[in-house]
Design a protein. Structure first.
Length: 649
């Protein structure tokens, strides 16, 4: 009986796919509504089962996108995602060698970052496992492990390393690796049961039957501690019967045939109930083996006949038919019908040889396909490169010719214009004089209008500043009438924000320029104003390290920058010094393209995790205002809290 070979794979499949359920209609609706780029991303993130469901409906659209990407863009990101989709389609269609070729090409030519590399390597490893190249799969898994810590996205590692060791037959390494995998993950009853079941399977393969039995019983004990009200009972029953079936394998090997019978009967019932027909077939054969060894040949014949009676496709797979021939041969040999036994033995040997030849041929074909496809891909890439170079050269030659023709045409046009100009210069001299006078009059009107507009803008800034001051006074008046400290604090924060905006308008109407503001001067006035606004902050020392030279900022940047300063300094005053008052340092500098603002205090520091999850208005304002001016900001602890803001001038 070979059922124990499949148990690990069945458990993985059920645990990862039992709850998978793609909403096909919702996916297709969203797929139609998004742009091409998002379409490709959506499909590339589907697993094999989900892609198989929707692929027929989206295949034509993906083909059009692929043609456009390869003819109109140079985007490696799009090409890599399309490669991932093609590889997944190859897996669905069983063309694993083709999948290997696609992924090797994608990793070599279209991969630009570590996340894409790991995604491609995980899929490549699974393809090598499908074509039974376990050594290559192990090699790739080690590369994945080496670079796993560098990823920045959620990504599954695929088939576990312990499973690969088990396929290779290095069971000691498989057990040690399985324990490491368990220690790095969850330690609940489910995972502990899986651990002991997997170790038991490996011990069964090593023929260390006592150790295997010990771990299978530990797995069953862990399952008993799970509250059945909180789990899927069908999956629970399946997993329990799976462990008992593995335990029965050990009993049969240890010639404890009677102890194996109830476990095999449970496995038959649950496997048929859950439509795990391959598992049910192996359980039937286990019962045949048990009853033959117990010399209960009538029951052995009954279960052999049952395999023929049940109309199940999985029971007619060539490998399963070969297994059935083998046990029919054993059965007839045991009851003394040697001719029948020899007949079934010949059928078994012939079919087994055919299966081995087919598997060997398929493996050879897969290897050849992978090699040939890779060779063709490389040749095609070389041809495409040569064609690209030739096309660039032709375009360059055509460009030179075009520029030469344009230059000649420009010369002819310029000559004609000059000739006409000198011919008509006298004729138009009086008209030009008259036009000059009109222009001078218009310039005077424009200058006067400009002065009026400047005065108007200045007056607007002045009035905006006054109105903001009035609003601020109303808020302060309301604060004096409120006894609620929380409301007073809220109104104080609002007042500080309004003062920040008012200061901007105040500085604008006092300067000649109404569209730009001197950042160092503005920041210094603003910070002092914020600190002075808190009556209990007299012991706070404000240090401003600002450049002497002028750094002008537009109004669109100055107001958000002032509000960000206000939020950060207000937070420092409120929270950084619970037991004392100390120093706040403000630094600002700019180069030709970028500006850098640093606000630091020597207080108790900031809780970074809490800040990331905070939904306070202050943090929301900092985030939104930073996005508004396309700035990057960060908090860190460095003998207090340090806030950094970087943005383009």
């Amino acid at each position: 009986m070979k059922k124990y070979i499949l148990t690990y794979f069945l458990l993985l499949f059920v645990s990862f796919n039992v709850f998978a359920d793609l909403d096909k209609e919702a996916f297709l609706k969203k797929f139609k509504s998004v742009d091409y780029k998002e379409k490709v991303r959506m499909v590339a993130n589907l697993d094999f089962n989900d892609l198989e469901i929707v692929y027929p409906q989206i295949k034509d659209t993906l083909d059009r996108i692929k043609k456009m990407v390869y003819t109109q863009t140079e985007s490696n990101e799009a090409k890599f995602l399309l490669d991932i989709i093609d590889a997944n389609v190859s897996v669905i269609e069983g063309r694993f060698a083709q999948c290997v070729s696609i992924l090797n090409s994608a990793l070599q030519y279209h991969c630009d970052n570590i996340n894409d590399s790991l995604k491609g390597l995980v899929l490549l490893k699974e393809c090598y496992l499908k074509i039974s190249d376990y050594t290559k799969a192990l090699e790739i898994h080690k590369i994945i492990e080496k670079n796993w810590s560098r990823k920045s996205i959620a990504l599954g590692i695929g088939t576990a390393k312990s499973n690969i060791y088990g396929n290779i037959g290095i069971y000691k390494y498989a057990i040690a690796e399985r324990i490491k995998e368990y220690e790095s993950g969850s330690h609940d009853h489910w995972e502990t049961a899986r651990l002991h079941n997997d170790i038991g399977v490996f011990y069964n393969k090593m023929n260390k039957l006592d150790s295997a039995e010990f771990h299978f019983k530990l797995a069953l004990k862990e399952l008993e501690q799970i509250d059945k009200k909180t789990v899927d009972l069908s999956y629970y029953d399946f997993f329990q019967s799976l462990i008992k079936s593995n335990l029965a394998v050990g009993y049969i090997k240890n010639k404890k045939y009677k102890e194996a019978i109830p476990y095999l009967l449970i496995d038959v019932r649950n496997s048929l109930k859950n439509k795990e027909f391959e598992s049910a077939f192996n359980a039937y054969l286990g019962l045949v083996e048990v009853f033959i060894n117990l010399k209960n040949f009538s029951l052995a014949k009954k279960y052999l006949d049952t395999l023929d009676i049940l109309d199940i496709n999985e029971f007619r797979y060539p490998k399963n038919i070969a297994k059935k021939y083998y046990w029919q041969s054993v059965y007839y040999e045991k009851i003394g019908e040697i001719n029948q036994a020899l007949s079934y033995l010949k059928k078994y040997i012939k079919l087994s040889d055919s299966i081995r030849e087919i598997e060997k041929e398929l493996q050879t074909i897969n290897t050849e396909i992978a090699f040939n496809v890779q060779q063709k891909d490389n040749a095609l890439k070389e041809k495409n490169t040569a064609l690209s170079i030739l096309k660039i050269q032709q375009e360059k030659n055509n460009t030179v010719k075009t520029y030469l023709v344009i230059f000649i045409i420009i010369l002819l046009i310029a000559g004609f214009i000059l000739f006409k100009y000198y011919r008509d210069v006298q004729k138009h001299s009086e008209e030009l004089e008259e036009q000059n006078q009109i222009i001078q009059q218009q310039n005077q009107i424009i200058q006067k209008s400009l002065q009026e507009k400047e005065m108007l803008i200045k007056e607007i800034h002045h009035r905006v500043k006054n109105n903001l001051q009035i609003i601020n006074s109303i808020i302060r008046l309301q604060m004096s009438k409120e006894n609620n400290e929380k409301l007073q604090l809220l109104l104080s924060e609002i007042s500080t924000r309004i003062q920040s905006i008012a200061l901007t308008h105040q500085m604008l109407y006092k300067k000649d320029s109404f569209l730009e503001i001197n950042a160092p001067e503005y920041i210094q006035h603003l910070c002092k104003q914020i600190v002075n606004a808190f009556s209990d902050s007299n012991s706070i020392e404000l240090k401003c390290n600002l450049p002497d030279q002028t750094h002008s900022l537009s109004l669109d940047i100055a107001i958000p920058l002032g509000l960000i300063c206000s939020e950060v300094i207000t937070n420092a005053i409120k929270y950084a010094f619970p037991n004392k008052r100390d120093t706040i340092n403000v630094e600002f500098n700019c180069d030709e393209t970028n500006c850098h603002l640093i606000i630091r205090d020597n207080g108790i520091g900031i809780d970074l995790e809490k800040t990331k999850k905070s939904d306070s208005l202050g943090m929301e304002l900092i985030k939104l205002l930073s996005e508004q001016i396309e700035a990057e900001y960060s908090f860190r602890n460095e003998n207090g809290t340090v806030f950094e803001l970087k943005f383009k001038k």
